[in-house]
Design a protein around this ligand. Structure first.
Ligand code: NOJ
Ligand code: CA
Length: 558
């Protein structure tokens, strides 16, 4: 198998392993039960030892936290609960000192309703310069009582909110594709375009290595804001056309952003959060003059089935190869049910996730889910391209399904009419110690109890802690550390070619340069090739027999 440029020669973002830090839930340095910048700083040695290449920090800007930072009130400062701009600058430098790159989250589709621009728009008159920064429209019907069109918000309910004008009368409507407190910006307005460019430069000047672009397929809306024609079949298949996603205009923006990244020293980059399909549409975001990475969400919507996974890998790699971009694998993030639960039930994150989010614990087999999640991780880390990990997956923490209803904070809970518990279950503050003091070590303040963390931790949370897995052979944490160390040592892993190995319909197996191979067994026990030397396994391997749900990395010795 031919080999591509060596790791030192290729840009880091082609195959980096990036660790997502959900700042509110990572580490709390001052005992208020909320994670913060100083908390991240204190855990850099942990991240270094884990062996990741980069961290992505979820939005840390001033925000009223209606959507935990994805409602930004000021793009050029730090949320006081999290620290100061000086703390952030220090963290960027210190991470670099550890050899860790740092990317920040940028939210260009909408601001917070607390943003100075939106507050000014509320006070201003219809058709004013202030309102032109957002998507204000007159309502339909005799008195403008009806929303301008039939669009629905992602979190549920109508995507339009009516405002009260300065004179006290009911007035125009504004668009919010997400929460009411997240008004959509008007990307046809050059002032919006240039402000976001200034924001990028602000953070690039402070040394960040890149950006994760929130709702990267949003921003532009189809001209005239047409009603959506309901097509139940397309809706079920997830192929329905939405006039606010994946519009051509976004690509002009990314072409100009790319010029900004390239004008800075070092390989500055951006990764798109673009929920578009098929893979050929994703490829358009990573054309050579646009962004460098786009999350590959295929594995979040996959069944635990070899044939489906193989198909998804092929489609993803082929589509991106056409534009010369690497694939960026994702098995977990702060928006989806943790892979331990998801893969146990073999369910996807598509459609109704109620069963996964609030199901009776008795229906879950955590041991099986853990084994599958570990196997999925070994597969991901052996595939060509980069990988994005989400904090806690290296501990195999499961979804927390017993958060009391009165402690749920995700806007989805309210906007779904209290039907969908939302995403809090994958955002519970990390357990660093098995001892409940300091919210299982999440907080520096020992007196903080697990239920005093901003999202309450369950009584059983400590058994997944870092200290109960650190240095323990066979723990998930040890497995991730070993996998990342092997990945670093093996020049052939990361970016580069792969070849399928035919090992049966219930097996995903592939070879990478350096006589390296990865096998994941989804069915009955199989025999590995007799010349396999086992480098790493997700569960016990007796002789050369690979049990169900288990994965191995092997060297094929001649
Ligand atoms: C995607 C983010 O990942 C999610 O957490 C957020 O709610 C929406 N974008 C809206 O910003
Ligand atoms: Ca704190």
């Amino acid at each position: 198998m031919s080999q591509l440029a060596s790791r030192d020669e290729r840009p880091w973002w082609r195959d980096a392993v990036t660790y997502q830090i959900y700042i509110r839930s990572f580490a709390d340095s001052n005992g208020d039960g909320i994670g913060d910048v100083e908390g991240i700083r204190s855990r850099l040695p942990y991240l270094k030892k884990l062996g990741i290449d980069a961290i992505w920090i979820t939005p840390w800007y001033p925000s009223p936290q209606h959507d935990h930072g994805y409602d930004v009130a000021d793009y050029m400062d730090i949320e006081p609960e999290y620290g100061t701009l000086a703390d952030a600058e220090e963290l960027i430098k210190e991470a670099h000192g550890f050899g860790i790159k740092l990317i920040v989250d940028i939210v260009p589709n909408h601001t917070s309703s607390d943003h100075a621009w939106f507050q000014a728009a509320l006070k201003a008159a219809p058709n004013s310069v202030e309102r032109y920064r957002y998507m204000f429209r007159d309502g339909k019907g005799v008195n403008g009582d009806l929303p301008p069109n039939n669009w629905e918000a992602v979190f549920g309910g109508p995507a339009w909110e009516r405002v009260t004008e300065a004179n006290g009368t009911l007035g125009q409507w504004y668009l919010h594709l997400f929460a009411v407190e997240q008004p959509d910006l008007n990307w046809e307005n050059p002032e919006v375009v240039s402000h976001l460019e200034d924001v990028l430069k602000f953070w690039l000047d402070r040394g960040v290595d890149g950006f994760r672009i929130d709702v990267a397929h949003g921003m532009f809306k189809e001209a005239g804001l047409p009603d959506i024609t309901k097509d139940p079949v397309a809706e079920m298949l997830g192929t329905d056309h939405k006039p606010f996603w994946d519009q051509e205009g976004v690509h002009d923006i990314y072409r100009s952003w790319r010029k900004i990244f390239d004008s800075y020293p070092g390989d500055r980059m951006a990764v798109a959060e673009a929920w578009v399909s098929p893979a050929s549409r994703i490829a358009r975001y990573v054309r050579p003059d646009e962004l460098q990475n786009s999350f590959n969400f295929e594995m979040l919507t996959t069944l635990w089935k070899a044939s489906e996974i193989k198909k998804k890998i092929n489609h993803s790699i082929d589509a991106l190869a056409e534009v010369g971009a690497p694939t960026s694998w994702v098995f977990n993030n702060h928006d989806v049910v943790r892979s331990v639960d998801r893969l146990d039930l073999g369910l996807t994150n598509h459609g109704d996730t109620t069963r996964l989010r609030q199901g009776d614990p008795a229906q879950f087999n955590i041991a099986r889910g853990t084994l599958r999640a570990r196997s999925a991780a070994l597969m991901m880390l052996a595939l060509p391209g980069g990988a994005y990990l989400y904090q806690g997956e290296e501990l195999a923490v499961p979804e927390v399904r017993d958060i009391p209803e009165d402690r749920l904070t995700d806007p989805r809970w309210k906007m779904s009419g209290y039907l969908d518990r939302g995403r809090d279950g994958c955002r519970v503050p990390l357990p660093w110690s098995s001892n409940p003091e300091g919210a299982f070590g999440f907080s520096k303040d020992d007196t903080l109890t697990p239920t005093q963390a901003w999202l309450p931790q369950s009584a059983w949370w400590g058994k997944f802690s870092v200290d109960s897995q650190d240095g323990v052979e066979g723990s998930t944490l040890s497995m991730y550390r070993e996998a990342l160390a092997i990945r670093k040592a093996e020049q052939g892993l990361g970016d580069g070619p792969m070849e399928w190995i035919q090992a049966g319909e219930d097996v995903v197996a592939f070879e990478r340069p350096g006589d390296f191979a990865c096998y994941i067994n989804f069915g009955a026990a199989i025999e590995l090739p007799s010349n396999s030397q086992i480098l790493l396994a997700t569960g016990p391997v007796h002789g050369h027999t690979l049990a169900t749900d288990t994965a191995v990395w092997i060297r094929l010795i001649s």
